[in-house]
Unconditional design. Sequence first.
Length: 102
Amino acid sequence: MPYDIIYNEDEINPEFPTADVALIIGANDVVNPAARSDPSSPIYGMPILNADYAKNVIVIKRGQGTGFSGIENTLFFLDQTRMLYGDGQAMVSELISEIKAL
């Protein structure tokens, strides 16, 4: 991925509250709201992407495992989050096909 099309955290976080959908591929701890909201969490205070502020969140992961921190991600249990398990590239291709078919 060319770095000139990648946003840094300070640039992208203000966009999440206005986003209809945040598509998360393979990330775990870097989108875990516990880093912002749970002082007892081992990742509390860690900078994260505020994907949970989007109206809808789709998370693509290979499985239900935890991230490097070893804790569950509270994002995965929010009402606006949908989990899609499988290979990232294959799942994105399927999503694109389904959207085109609408």
